[in-house]
Design a protein around this ligand. Structure first.
Ligand code: ZN
Ligand code: ZN
Length: 980
């Protein structure tokens, strides 16, 4: 057991329930003012062991919410732990700056509705406001992160809007281009009509699919040349009907011709007849294979619209015709609908693919904001999404087109940023190909295959992370990297020739300067953003024409994925190391560890890091990744201001205290969503922090009272209880270290909580009389003090990474050292007496049985009993008088009789003799006197005199000793007499 230290240090008394939030703020000020944070950051500068943490940038667009604090607590936790372990680190925080999320907020502030407002306001001014917003919120988030107790090198944070970051992405895109992977697609893509931009597959997260009820329609299409015979199609997006080109059927399935009461006849998939016709009167006239329907022609309600007519005239043979589907692209099932599929080549992803395969024409019907285009007749200028009723109203007025209209509830995607329902629209967008082979790869793998190989080398926590990432990588389409019609973002370095349409990708600022044929003077002095970057023109090498940058900005995950390459700035040269000799970069790549909330990140940051690292280095960008779920309100719903269940960070920090907040996060299983609120956190505080605080206060206040100091104190025959808790302490240090080494804070905190519980409910409970003025055995007192001293100085150190404030309070008071933040991880020993651990567990289980037996028999614990018979496999306790004494004390019995037996049970001798009755009475009085002392505010070491009506004379010495009473006189009631 550890022995004394040299310099005297007196522990100070502590309050019962201090204002922890106020203390946290004072401590923070002290840590920054007195250079503790700086010394912490540089503690291991000369160490040769490194821990490389790569921060995933936080979007600097709003104040932090409490949900941000979960990840930031993890980030701080592991960096703190590794700092205690002696690893050198960079402590670099990051801010994500560019993209639609910032634009939307600035638009809101300015009251803008559409991109026309931005153009009128001036793109340069708008972009500047976006930059300003990022600066403002990065400062605020820095303050909030500090408040959380997060120690980072805050003056050295990276910003994804930096030139370094943007030009490094250019470099990445150029490498992709050189490999032949960058291409432009003319595609039907998911599109937000509010933001007027394509939404990539990466951005369509499950949580953005909402249950929405749309009007679905069964649409009757008259077959050309047949009287009263129709194709019956069904759609949930009636606004796409004017874009109809064809009706698809499955050639190999059976279709029925059904006649209704009125004598109209409809073609419909056999298997769906009863679903569609329900309990109306109908008869099936005949059935045919789908292949028999292929080639039938039909007319629609929109054939008079000029744009529709134009396509009909140009492509008569491929217009309004029944086609056979390709079930790989557009499978036809008997689950819903009619089995005849309305195919609008311009307004659906599958429709587009099928159209492409069959060489069908298309009718573009909507503009970027979902207004019907010019040429769409009566529809032109009306908004397809805002006014879906115009289609149905029109069809109803026209009479013969509608078979039935039905409400249809389905999960429908909305824009992740502004929550507007998406549409599918034809657009020219840019992709990185996932499936073209890498010309530089010896095995001829594609980017997809290479990324899969890289992802498999990473340790994913939780384990299912790897499956999710691989699932995404196996199934994702090509990576859509461009955003149309947006302003604040990476300027994609793609220049297209105005004449021959050839394009090139520029890899950096120098290259652009060298190739610029015009406009460089207008750009120089600006960051590589719109509008100034668009001034630069390049001469086409193929035809000598003029090349102009595509107006698009980049997918924001490019910005965050590049950071392992763009943020490692060599401190000696000030240069981005990856662009120079890569020496410094090699020292700090790859990251040992990253952690982020997993919803979304498998498609986003985890993905883009892998993509960029695979392209540049064919190597894994991080070795370990800890993903964690989402923070929800206590009501189980997502946090929303309007629902009253969201908590702002500052408010939460002040009301809850950040140590409590941090513990609530780290004790939670990261695989599950965390329901966070004031109730959860107050439970955490009561069950953990206050238990810890009260145990600590028990020790600190007696030590302060008795001016106990560990100097030159040594153990003299410590008790088994002392040995036991010391072993437990050693074990918890080992267990917590092992869990943290595996990025498992959940197990680590469980181990600490169970230790604190053992400390409080067993060690201290059984040691209450060993310290303080009433305790008379000085060597035992020292043993207990030394044990508690060791427990709290060690425990406070292992708590430091989790709860930096409380641990510092405890550590500094117990040890007299300046701060816990510069401490090392406690040493451990392999000397563990498992036999004592086992015996103590037996003792505790006997006590549990004994206590519950008293409860069921209704005999108060303060009534001493003569004996308890214990049956069970406890034979090694028989001769252990010290442990038997613990049982006697805990269960208030004079004798413990252990008997062999299989099922553990206990039985008290319940006869209460005269002597036992008096002993019980004495115990009752002791408790009453202690209460009275407290009420009278007696000092813990104050001797008093006493009056009371009666007392058992046999136990008077015991009463006096345990309550510091010098003299007892007879009086009417219990009364304390204090000397002046
Ligand atoms: Zn939007
Ligand atoms: Zn050209």
């Amino acid at each position: 057991m550890p022995n004394a230290k040299k310099t005297p240090h007196y522990i100070k008394e502590v309050e019962a329930a201090p204002d922890f939030s106020a203390i946290e703020k004072e401590l923070l000020e002290h840590w920054y003012r007195d250079g503790i944070v700086t010394r912490y950051l540089h503690k291991n500068d000369s160490s040769s062991d490194k821990f490389i943490f790569q921060d995933g940038p936080i979007t600097a667009n709003n104040p932090m919410g409490v949900h941000h604090a979960w990840g930031r607590t993890y980030k701080d936790l592991w960096q703190r732990y590794k700092n205690m372990r002696g690893f050198k680190q960079r402590f670099q925080n990051g801010f994500d700056c560019q993209g639609l999320w910032v634009e939307v907020e600035v638009e809101k502030e300015l009251g803008f509705r559409t991109k026309k407002d931005i153009e009128a306001y001036g793109v340069d001014k708008f972009v500047q406001l976006c930059k300003d917003r990022v600066k403002k919120y990065s400062l605020m988030q820095t303050q909030q992160s500090k408040r959380l107790g997060y120690f980072m090198d805050w003056d050295n944070s990276y910003f994804t809007m930096s030139d370094e970051n943007n030009y490094m992405i250019w470099n990445f895109l150029k490498v992709c281009w050189q490999k032949g992977w960058i291409y432009q697609g003319h595609d039907s893509v998911p599109w937000c009509p509010r933001c007027e931009t394509a939404i990539s597959q990466h951005e369509m997260l499950t949580e953005d699919y909402k249950e929405i009820t749309h009007k679905s329609i069964y649409y009757k299409l008259p077959i050309t040349g047949r009287d009263r015979e129709y194709l019956l199609v069904w759609t949930t997006t009636p606004w796409t009907l004017p874009a109809n080109i064809a009706v698809a059927v499955d050639s190999s399935q059976e279709y029925a011709l059904v006649e209704d009461e009125a004598g109209s006849r409809y073609w419909i998939l056999n298997a769906l007849v009863t679903t569609v016709f329900k309990d109306t009167l109908y008869k099936i006239l005949k059935s045919s294979l789908g292949s028999d329907l292929v080639g039938l022609r039909y007319t629609t309600a929109f054939d008079n619209i000029p744009a529709v007519k134009e396509v009909a005239d140009k492509h008569p043979e491929k217009f309004h015709v029944v086609i056979a589907t390709d079930s790989q692209i557009m499978p036809i099932t008997a689950v819903e609908g009619t089995g005849l599929v309305h195919t609008a080549v311009s307004a659906g992803a599958e429709d587009f693919q099928l159209g492409k395969k069959l060489g069908l024409p298309l009718i573009p019907v909507i503009a970027d904001n979902a207004d019907y285009l010019a040429g769409m007749g009566f529809l032109s200028g009306k908004n397809a999404k805002k006014h879906p009723e115009i289609i149905i109203d029109y069809l109803n007025v026209e009479g013969q087109w509608v078979f039935r209209v039905e409400n249809y509830t389905h999960r429908y995607p909305s824009c992740w940023r502004c929550k507007t329902e998406l549409v599918w629209k034809i657009a020219d967008v840019w992709y990185i190909s996932m499936d073209k082979t890498d010309p530089d790869d010896k095995q001829g793998r594609t980017l997809r295959q290479k990324m899969i190989d890289v992802a498999k080398k990473i340790h994913w926590y939780p384990e299912f992370g790897m499956d999710r990432e691989l699932d995404w990588l196996n199934n994702m389409h090509d990576w859509l990297i461009s955003k149309k019609n947006r302003y604040w973002g990476l300027a994609l370095p793609i220049w297209v020739c105005d004449d021959c349409s050839d394009f090139i990708v520029i890899g950096g600022k120098e290259e652009l300067k060298n190739k610029a044929s015009d406009g460089w003077d207008k750009f120089i002095g600006h960051t590589p953003h719109k509008p100034f970057i668009d001034e630069v023109k390049i001469k086409c090498e193929k035809c000598g024409g003029n090349m102009t940058r595509i107006g698009d900005v980049g997918n924001p995950w490019l910005d965050a994925g590049i950071v392992p390459f763009s943020t490692l700035v060599d401190p000696d040269t000030g240069e981005v190391s990856y662009s120079t000799d890569k020496k410094y970069w090699r020292d700090w790549y790859p990251a040992n560890f990253i952690t982020e909330s997993f919803p979304g990140q498998f498609k986003n940051w985890f993905y883009s890091l892998i993509a960029m690292s695979t392209v540049f280095e064919d190597a894994t960008p991080y070795e370990n990744v800890l993903g964690f779920a989402s923070v929800l309100g206590e009501d189980g719903r997502a946090m929303h201001k309007s629902w009253g269940n969201s908590i702002e960070f500052n408010e939460g920090a002040d009301k809850i205290g950040v140590d409590v907040m941090r513990w609530t996060f780290v004790r939670h299983n990261p695989e599950r969503n965390l329901l966070f609120g004031y109730k959860t956190t107050s439970d955490t505080k009561r069950l953990f922090h206050m238990l810890l605080w009260n145990s600590y206060r028990f020790f600190a206040n007696y030590a302060a009272l008795e001016k106990w100091d560990s100097t030159d104190k040594n153990y003299h025959h410590p008790s088994k209880l002392d040995f036991w808790i010391t072993y437990r302490l050693n074990q918890v240090v080992i267990d917590v270290g092992a869990s943290l080494d595996k990025y498992d804070a959940f197990s680590a905190t469980n181990a600490i909580e169970s230790f604190v519980s053992d400390l409080s409910t067993w060690y201290i409970r059984r040691s209450r009389d060993r310290i303080g003025p009433v305790a008379s055995d000085c060597t035992d007192k020292d043993n207990c003090y030394l044990t508690l001293n060791n427990v709290f100085s060690t425990l406070s150190r292992i708590l430091m990474p989790f709860i930096p404030f409380l641990s510092d309070l405890i550590f500094t008071n117990i040890t007299g050292e300046e701060t816990v933040h510069l401490a090392d991880w406690p040493e451990t020993t392999t000397d563990v007496n498992t036999e004592l651990q086992d015996r103590m567990s037996q003792v505790r289980s006997i006590c549990e049985l004994g206590n519950s037996a008293r409860k069921t028999q209704g005999i108060a614990i303060k009534q001493p009993l003569s004996s308890i018979k214990v049956v069970g496999d406890f034979k090694n306790l028989v001769d252990d008088n010290e442990l038997l004494q613990l049982i006697k004390d805990e269960l208030n019995v004079e004798q413990v009789i252990i008997l062999e037996g299989e099922t553990p049970s206990v039985e008290y001798d319940t006869e209460i003799t005269d002597n036992l009755q008096k002993k019980g009475r004495a115990r009752e009085l002791i408790r009453a006197i202690q209460e009275a002392r407290k009420e009278a505010n007696c000092r813990l070491d104050e001797h008093i005199r006493l009056e009371m009506p009666d007392w058992p004379e046999e136990f008077v010495d015991d009463i006096k000793k345990k309550t510091l009473v010098d003299n007892i006189a007879t009086g009417d009631s219990l009364k304390i007499i204090r000397s002046k």
